[in-house]
Design a protein around this ligand. Structure first.
Ligand code: UDP
Length: 334
C-alpha cells in the first residue's frame, strides 16, 4: 500500500512513516516544516519507498497529485500545542480548518480513505471522565484563545463526518490524547519534553497551576499502532475513535517522576496559569479517555508503561545533548 502522510515530518507523522516503511509499505510525506523538522525524517531519507515534499498543504496542485498517488491518506498536518495556539490563534484556526477542507476535497474526488487527526481538546471542560466518543463537548467563552483550537478541531470533525454522510467519502477521526515520546519538541508548550529538558539542564521544573490537574500519557509508538490498525480495519469508516492510554498521573506527579528518572535535583516551581499562558486561562482538571471503542474495533490497547515512556524521552534528549559534541569531534577529525 502507498500512504500519504500530511505533516509527515512532524512528531507523530515521522513515527508513522517509520512504522509503515518497516512493515513494507510506501510513504509519501507532505510537510511545510512549520512545526515539523527534517531532522525527524533524516534517517528515512535513503529508503526508496519514501518520498517527501516540503510544500504547504495549501498548494492544491501538489496535494492533488500526491492524493492521486496514494491509496490511503493520514491527515496529520496541523498547528498544535496550547502555547502555539494562544500565541497564534489566527494561524491555528486557518491552518487547521483550511488544511482539512483541502485534504477532504482532494481525497473526495477519488474517494480515497482519509484518517483525520483530531484531539482530546474537543472534550473541553467536560468533567465526566472517562470521555467516550459520544461525550458532550464543553467549551469555554470565545474570548479565551484556548477554546478556538477545540472549536476548530470540532469543525474539522463535523466537516469530515459530513463528507462521509453526504458524499460517501470514507473518513475516520482519531482523537489523540496526550501523545508523547522521542522527537516531540517542548517548543510548543508540551509538558513532558519541557520537564525532561528542564531536569537534564538543572533548571526548575515548571508546573503550571496547582499541579493537581491530571493527564494520561500515551507513547507515540502505541498511538501509531492504534491509528494504523484503525485504518486497516474495514469497519471504522465514519467513526470517531479515542487514541490514548489510561495511565493517569497528576502534573506534579509527572514532575516528580521526571526528576527521579533523570536523577536531577532541579526544584519544582509552581507557576500560575495567567503567567504561563494568558490571564483567565482555563485548564481541564482531568483528561482520561475511554479506549473501549479502540479495543473493540482493533483489539489493541497501548502497551508502554509510564516509566518507559519517560525514560524514552530522557534517552532522546540525552542523545540530542551529545550530538553537537559528536559532530564537533567528527569535524575536528576531518
Ligand atoms: N504544563 C506544565 N508545565 C509545562 C507545560 C505544561 O505544568 O511546562 C501543564 C499544562 O498546564 C497542562 C498539562 O501540563 O495542565 C499538560 O500540558 P500539555 O500542553 O502537554 O497538554 P494539554 O493536556 O494541555 O493539551
Amino acid at each position: 500500500m502507498r500512504y500519504l502522510i500530511t505533516g509527515g515530518a512532524g512528531f507523530i507523522g515521522s513515527h508513522l512513516a517509520e512504522y509503515l516503511l518497516e512493515r513494507g509499505d510506501s510513504v509519501i510525506l507532505l510537510d511545510d516544516l512549520s512545526t515539523g523538522s527534517i531532522e525527524n525524517i533524516r534517517h528515512l531519507k535513503n529508503d526508496p519507498r519514501m518520498s517527501y515534499f516540503l510544500e504547504p498543504i495549501e498548494n492544491r496542485h501538489v496535494l492533488a497529485e500526491l492524493v492521486d498517488e496514494a491509496d490511503v491518506i493520514f491527515h496529520l498536518a496541523a498547528a498544535v500545542g496550547v502555547k502555539l495556539i494562544i500565541e497564534k490563534p489566527v494561524h491555528t484556526i486557518e491552518t487547521n480548518v483550511n488544511g482539512t477542507q483541502l485534504v477532504l476535497e482532494a481525497a473526495g474526488k477519488k474517494r480515497k480513505p482519509v484518517f483525520c487527526a483530531s484531539t482530546s481538546e474537543v472534550y473541553g471542560k467536560n468533567t465526566l471522565v472517562p470521555f467516550t466518543e459520544d461525550s458532550d463537548l464543553v467549551l469555554g467563552a470565545t474570548t479565551k484563545a484556548r477554546w478556538s483550537y477545540a472549536a476548530s478541531k470540532a469543525v474539522e470533525e463535523f466537516l469530515a463526518l459530513s463528507y462521509w454522510k453526504e458524499r460517501r467519502q470514507p473518513v475516520v477521526i482519531g482523537r489523540f490524547f496526550n501523545t508523547v515520546g522521542p522527537r516531540q519538541t517542548g517548543r510548543y508548550g508540551m509538558v513532558l519534553p519541557n520537564f525532561v529538558q528542564q531536569a537534564l539542564e538543572g533548571h526548575p521544573i515548571t508546573v503550571f497551576g496547582t499541579g493537581k490537574q491530571s493527564r494520561c500519557f500515551c507513547h507515540v509508538k502505541d498511538a501509531v499502532e492504534a491509528i494504523v490498525r484503525v485504518m486497516d480495519n474495514g469497519h471504522t469508516i465514519g467513526e470517531v475513535v479515542n487514541i490514548g492510554s489510561c495511565q493517569e498521573i497528576t502534573i506534579e506527579g509527572l514532575a516528580r517522576l521526571v526528576r527521579q528518572r533523570t536523577g536531577s535535583d532541579s526544584p519544582i516551581r509552581f507557576v500560575p496559569y495567567d503567567q504561563a499562558y494568558e490571564p483567565g486561562f482555563e485548564d481541564m482538571v482531568r483528561r482520561v479517555p475511554s479506549i473501549e471503542k479502540l479495543e473493540r474495533l482493533t483489539g489493541f490497547v497501548p502497551q508502554t508503561s509510564l516509566v518507559s515512556i519517560v525514560d524514552s524521552v530522557i534517552a532522546h534528549f540525552d542523545e540530542k545533548r551529545r550530538e553537537p559534541v559528536i559532530e564537533a569531534r567528527a569535524s575536528l577529525k576531518a
